[in-house]
Every structure is written in structure tokens, then in C-alpha cells.
Design a protein around this ligand. Structure first.
Ligand SMILES: NC(=O)c1ccc[n+]([C@@H]2O[C@H](COP(=O)([O-])OP(=O)(O)OC[C@H]3O[C@@H](n4cnc5c(N)ncnc54)[C@H](O)[C@@H]3O)[C@@H](O)[C@H]2O)c1
Length: 332
């Protein structure tokens, strides 16, 4: 039995606690929240001890592994302490607020020989997993474009991060995972209309080393929730709905042959539409299962500290790019 605990049982952390509570081979030994009401409510619901201070939980319950789901600005402060005590850590995304903090967490985890995983949950979405498998098989042919749309209303509880760090980081990580091709350039335009000091919208472009282009369309100014990803290649287009876990393939009838993936696209014609059967599961359960298995087997998790850091680095580049000097002004 591995002993698990969750620090920060708000919106996402309470789900971590529920999943550990139901997981075979894992004993949820307690939950922590600085809000006494939240700690007591989740502790009572799951029938486990609750604390308002994580130091007390560690001292009394001695967990082996911990999910950290406190607000982003506290990730480093809480994470470094747990790692230095030799606990395995699943850090909710983003890994930290700054690249320097992320590097320190990774170095500390390496020194201690513990597992550091980052909660980029979309890698465990069964529709995204199936999409990756089919892209690797070459079903889309040569990939030209990957386009992510993550739109929705503003979650007022998020007070310490803008939409790039909080939401677009999901898509940046997913693009890295699906494309398996280094991102060599990013540029984004941002807009602020709800938050006074952070962006609520980003429209960005990414360039992959192999030549493909990524498009990022992420905001929390839209009155309906959308999580959609399309991948367009020489042989057709995948359309993935990450919310409903659905995947479709729109075939290009005049596609170059399978053996000729680098050839120039000579035409595009509407072909068959294939609905791909997805074995649905809860992404969070798969993510925590992977973390626990990594701890048990002494292996790397699917989303490593390095992945979290690389995604954070790209997210911060998006934030800064929109603030760069204006290179062209129209004169009247
Ligand atoms: N992977 C995902 O899909 C996903 C989804 C939502 C949030 N997140 C991430 O999870 C983190 C939490 O987000 P949320 O939406 O659950 O926020 P939230 O505000 O709902 O929950 C955070 C909880 O942490 C508690 N807390 C604050 N300081 C604490 C401390 N020092 N010790 C213990 N508890 C403390 C708060 O009282 C609150 O209950 C963020 O970093 C966010 O980016 C990830």
C-alpha cells in the first residue's frame, strides 16, 4: 500500500482526493486545505483525516506521495519542501510560476531520486491518446497544422495567473506531446478585458522544427465551453473534441500515397468521414494511476518535470511576445 495525500482540496484537488480514495493499492491518509471549512468538508466526505497545515499531515501521516493542488503562486513554496523531505510529488499544472523555480524543483527531485510529475491532464484524455497513436501511424500523412481552441467563461477563483499560464498551457503541452517535434518559434497577441493586470485571451502561432504550424486560440471571454483540437495533414484532418472525448477523421480523397508522405499536396477533395471509437475513461484517474505506477516501478511519469518546465517556458514566451516593440505603424 502506498500512502497518498492531497494538499489543496479546492476545485481540482478534491477530485485528486476522490480518485486516490478509490484507487487499488493506495491509502489516502489525509487531505489538507488552508480553509478549515474546505478541509473539514472534503475530509468528512471521503472519511479521511483533514488538516489546515500540510506540515502537520506529513508529520502525523507520513505519506509516500502527494498531489499539490494549491494556487499556482504557491506551487514552488509547497513543492520544494515536500521534495526535500523525500516525498514523491504530482504538481498540478503549471509546474511553477517562473522558469527558475521550475528548474529548482527538477534539480531537487533529481537529487532526492523522487518522482516529480506535472498535471498536464490532456495527455490522459482518451481522445487525445487515440489521436496521437493514429498520427504516429501516419494516418494524417505529413502534418501541416495543429489548431487548438479552448474557450469558455472566466473562472473567478483563478486570481494568480492569466489565461496563457492557466489554460493555454494545456494546449501547449498537448501540441508538444502530439507532434513530438521541437517548437522553435512562438508569437502571440493577447487581450485584457476582465482582469486588470493579466490577459484573458491569447491568439498565438507556433512553428515546429519539421515545418508544421500551430495555432492557439484560448480565452475565458466566451459564454460557452469549447475544447477542440484539429490536425490537418496531407491525407486528411482529425477533429478531436476533448470535452466529449470524440474523434473524427475527414479524409482527403486526393491525398498523396501512403508511401509518399513528403510529396507536395496537389489537391484536396472531400472524402469519407470516419468516426473513431474511443474507449472513454476519466483522464484524472489515468493521470494519477500513471503517477502511482511511476512511484511503484521507479520510472519516469508520462509528464515529467522537464515537460512541465518546457511548457511553462513556451507559455511565458507567448506572454512576452505580445508585449514586444511595435515593428510597423501605419501613417496616414
Ligand atoms: N489539470 C487541470 O485540469 C487543472 C484544473 C484546475 C486547476 N488546476 C490547477 O490546480 C491548482 C488549483 O486550482 P483550483 O482551480 O483547484 O483552485 P481552487 O482555488 O479551487 O483550489 C485551491 C485550494 O488550495 C487551498 N489553499 C491555498 N493555499 C493553501 C495552502 N498553503 N495549503 C493548503 N491549501 C491551500 C485553497 O483554500 C483552495 O481550496 C492551480 O495551480 C491550477 O492551475 C489544474
Amino acid at each position: 500500500m502506498l500512502k497518498a495525500a492531497v494538499i489543496g482540496v479546492g476545485s481540482i484537488g478534491q477530485n485528486h482526493a476522490r480518485v486516490y480514495r478509490e484507487m487499488d493499492g493506495v491509502d489516502l491518509v489525509g487531505v489538507v486545505d488552508s480553509s478549515p471549512q474546505t478541509a473539514a468538508r472534503i475530509g468528512a466526505r471521503l472519511n479521511v483525516p483533514h488538516y489546515t497545515d500540510y506540515k502537520a499531515l506529513i508529520e502525523e501521516q507520513k505519506p509516500d506521495l502527494v498531489s499539490v493542488s494549491v494556487p499556482t503562486s504557491l506551487h514552488f513554496q509547497v513543492g520544494i519542501e515536500l521534495i526535500e523531505q523525500g516525498l514523491h510529488v504530482l504538481m498540478e499544472k503549471p509546474i511553477t510560476s517562473t522558469v527558475e523555480q521550475g528548474q529548482k524543483l527538477i534539480e531537487a527531485a533529481k537529487k532526492k531520486g523522487i518522482v516529480l510529475a506535472v498535471g498536464h491532464i490532456e495527455r490522459f484524455n482518451p481522445a487525445a491518446m487515440e489521436l496521437r497513436r493514429r498520427l504516429r501511424e501516419g494516418m494524417a500523412g505529413r502534418i501541416y497544422k495543429i489548431h487548438a481552441q479552448r474557450l469558455g467563461p472566466y473562472p473567478s477563483r483563478i486570481q494568480d495567473a492569466g489565461v496563457i499560464i492557466d489554460l493555454a498551457s494545456h494546449d501547449i503541452d498537448l501540441m508538444r506531446y502530439l507532434m513530438d517535434d521541437p517548437i522553435i518559434r512562438v508569437y502571440g497577441e493577447t487581450l485584457q478585458s476582465i482582469n486588470s493586470d493579466r490577459e484573458d485571451m491569447v491568439n498565438g502561432l507556433l512553428r515546429f522544427q519539421g515545418g508544421a504550424v500551430g495555432v492557439l486560440d484560448v480565452n475565458w471571454i466566451t459564454p460557452t465551453k469549447m475544447r477542440r483540437l484539429t490536425v490537418t495533414g496531407s491525407r486528411g484532418m482529425f477533429d478531436c473534441n476533448l470535452l466529449s472525448q470524440e474523434l473524427f477523421f475527414y479524409e482527403n480523397e486526393t491525398a498523396p500515397s501512403q508511401w509518399d508522405t513528403l510529396s507536395i499536396l496537389r489537391g484536396v477533395t472531400e472524402g469519407n468521414v470516419l468516426g473513431i471509437r474511443i474507449q472513454r475513461h476519466e483522464p484524472l484517474a489515468a493521470e494519477l494511476g500513471d503517477f502511482v505506477a511511476a512511484v511503484r516501478d521507479g520510472r519516469q511519469p508520462t509528464v515529467t518535470g522537464f515537460d512541465g518546465l518546457e511548457t511553462l517556458r513556451l507559455a511565458l514566451e507567448f506572454m512576452h511576445s505580445g508585449k514586444d516593440v511595435i515593428i510597423h505603424t501605419e501613417t496616414t
